[in-house]
Design a binder for this molecule. Sequence first.
Ligand SMILES: Nc1ncnc2c1ncn2[C@@H]1O[C@H](COP(=O)(O)OS(=O)(=O)O)[C@@H](OP(=O)(O)O)[C@H]1O
Length: 197
Amino acid sequence: MAPPAPAGAHPTSAEPLSRSIFRKFLLMLCSLLTSLYVFYCLAERCQTLSGPVVGRSGGGKEAGAPGRGVPAGGPGEPAAWPAAARRKRLLQVQPWPRRRPPAPLEDGEVAAWEEEPPGLAGSPGGSGAGSSVAETPPGTLALLLDEGSKQLPQAIIIGVKKGGTRALLEFLRVHPDVRAVGAEPHFFDRSYDKGLA
Ligand SMILES: Nc1ncnc2c1ncn2[C@@H]1O[C@H](COP(=O)(O)OS(=O)(=O)O)[C@@H](OP(=O)(O)O)[C@H]1O
């Protein structure tokens, strides 16, 4: 019968083998956890840098298509994303408040309306809202809008006659993010009594 090994004696062969396996297992576990953490961080990063959404209405009609509301270099170009985000705010839908407009201005004239409807395609000042104005009889603000959409213009040009309002309208129309009406609606001086409906 063998006496028990004294303290500090050389361990048996089975003991270092189990320790070696345990160390390898720990090493593999640490590597696995590190890999999972890195993968998680990369997934979060990719989710944050996902492509911008342009517009809210119109489905995928203009999303990814060249033109209004899409970065010039394509939807996947990171350098153009900040500009696209700003444009997205410009193209967001503005709610249509159900209330009467303020009192008409004295000695004032509504010269033109500027609007930026969401998801509108086409050239600025072209056949969009401008053609609606030309075809719809005056008296309602609906004539400023495309069919099926209701929204107030985001900007209104107000000025006296011969005050240069037409020139201002034409200058603004040049901007690609401005959709201007084709004709002056004269809402406050001609159609105010009919309301917004
Ligand atoms: N920047 C600038 N400087 C000087 N004059 C200018 C400017 N922009 C427009 N105009 C003149 O303004 C006149 C047109 O004004 P409106 O567009 O307000 O006319 S309207 O009342 O809407 O029909 C029109 O004048 P008339 O040609 O005498 O009618 C324009 O020539």
